[in-house]
Design a protein around this ligand. Sequence first.
Ligand SMILES: [Zn+2]
Length: 469
Amino acid sequence: MRALTAAIAALFLSAAAAAQQAPRYEIPEAAAETARTLAERGASSGLAWEIVESLTTEVGPRLAGSPAEARARDWAVQMFTELGFSNIRVEPFEIDYWTRGELSAEISAPFPQPLVATALGGSAATPQGGVEAGVAYFPNFEALARSPEDDSLRGRIVFIDDRTLVPTQTGAGYGPANFKRTLGWLEAQRRGAIGVVIRSVSSGAHRFPHTGIMSFPEGAGRPRIPAIAVSNADADQIARIVGAGHELRLRIRSTAGWRGRAESGNVIAEIPGRERPEEIVLIGAHLDSWDEGTGALDDGAGVAIVAAAARLIGQLPRAPRRTIRVVLFGAEEVGLLGARAYTDLHAGNMDNHIVATESDFGAGRIWRFDTRFGDRSLPAGDAIHEILAPWGVLRGGNQAGGGPDILFMRTQHNVPVVTLQQDGTDYFDYHHTPDDTLDKIDPEALRQNVAVYAAFTYLAAELDVDFRN
Ligand SMILES: [Zn+2]
């Protein structure tokens, strides 16, 4: 017994010794104090709310490539100007422009009734007058993808059910539930189907359909068939009728389609660094939104959080060492096209991107600080976390993704990234639906986001840490 106790004690002692040996990073007290002050100011600032209220009210929905997205860029330039940012500019790029047009979908037999539906991004139009056909039911995407490529679906409308979007804090349920949206069209079209209908990739209980862009794998071209999502309630209805053994028929009319080339753009604004202005701490969000709601959670909230956090830093009597660059990306929803354009344009300057992060997961409270830093700067990450911890933030791991618009910087140029992980438990109740509107934002949670962003961003720009190391 005593030997065992001694062994356990030795174990603890050696762990403690090892912990003591690990190099600790001490944030200079003046910087820590400034970061704490910024967080306090963020937590009591109404600025982020004013920004997202203005964007969602005065611009509203802002589909990539549309005149509304162009108005959003003008709005952003004016917003940054009024808030005293420097180096404000738009970096334009061209995209393929798609619009949803008009849609109607209904059960034509055996129990005629309308469905609540929306076109998926990239959907083709139906022939004038629509299509009407018997439904081939698949419980999930995998069942369709594994089905034989014979003629059994020729002339039919494929329906993909699958109610497995599991609501989680991290949004982990979204990816697996998404294949039916991204690739369902291709599997259906390849088998001769004349349309594809999916259950919305949404956890919402209300009768709103969920849109989103489809995937267009290399060589597959664009869809030639209509691809639509019905709300969860309507998917339940379809499943009930099929489940009862009826031969279900649907009618779809859609004028969705690609409309040639259009302009999009990234809007950039900066707080120049006082010592190393060439070094960049990038905080981003995306300015475009789907056209169904007003893009409040996705991603008006992110726009407001990063702009308000940077503004607080800009009001300090002394700017931090490095430049803070706010990037509002265009055309995120339709395939990360703004992220692609930014990374291509700035490819020669990526070594000067010290760290990057994006707010694009709604407006829930930040509860975890994830990093992707070099091993030697992890103690600095831990020290930054200690400043964030009082705001209800846990220390996460070192495998952060950084956000969708940060993806290419990270994967192609090894830019260190951070994810300030928000609570997304109810995010997919609203995301990409007509229900993504300002009233879904909790002002207090929004302020907590600004508090955490302001403190993190300031420290990343002020501390003499190379996060690549
Ligand atoms: Zn988004």
